[in-house]
Unconditional design. Sequence first.
Length: 323
Amino acid sequence: MADSNKQFQPGVSLAGAVDLEALAHQVKAKPGEQGGAPSAGGYVIDVTTSSFQAVMQTSGTFPILMLLWVPSDSRLFPMVKTLSDAVNGQGGKVQLARVDISTQTQIAQAFRVQEAPALFALVGGRPMPIMQGMPSDEELGQVTEELIPQVIQLAQQSGITGTAPYQGDDEDAANQNSEGSDSEEHAIPPEHEHAYALAQQGDYSGAAEEYGKVLQSDPSDKVAQRERAKSLLLARSGNADVNDVRRTAADTPDDLAAQLAVADIDMIGGQIQDAFERLLDFLQAHRADSQEIRERLLEYFAIPDPSDPRLAHARRRLATLIY
């Protein structure tokens, strides 16, 4: 693994990220389709500019491998499948986040890639280069058999021991779409479109405000409630330094702001149970702060699926503590 202490310098101009030879290997099939690239799913996700900051944030909860690639270049498909299988075989100890550098050029610039593919490890928000360029079979074997376990071990030594959330594959997602809907965009209600666009641009404060307007017209809109809560969460803590937040919370266990901040980090990282229990435990010991904790928890409660058993348990405990 490359030197993890090397300073990360985003914003450097990208030159020659995609070589011209790739044009001869392009396929038009979408990921998951016959002849197309391997699909996401399991512990493999696709990342865009709008979700990039959240991914950097979650690397403080579990380690992430970030692959910068071109999903229309058929030469990369066997390598991507091998990486995906290796990551999925770890059962959530690590996540593979894939970035299409042909469309997400800002991320490619931030990581200073000179050619695709390029692979980085993210641990606690720190990128560590692993490889750049097409690996040989031997090099790829070293990545899957040696470097991935090393990344997991490094994260654990840093106190990063969370588990990545399991994602259904693209076929599962397609089966869950309503009949006649081919994409998420087609399912967006017209009254949500402005808020959704702001969230996609990374303007989470603006998105939260717009979703709030939707709720003024229809307080029962569950999707707007969920998306507003997510937007508020990212607006507060999307740019926080994970290590600093966790250190401050550990050093000041009786400070409400510190515990709210680390609970945000847990929620962004998918550690829902940790976030719930942290605030409920704090409330049990600090009844004077009940109003602010209750408001934050009610916001969190809008995010998981209503059938999530963690949600029912947290609701019952909150009711017991307040009443």
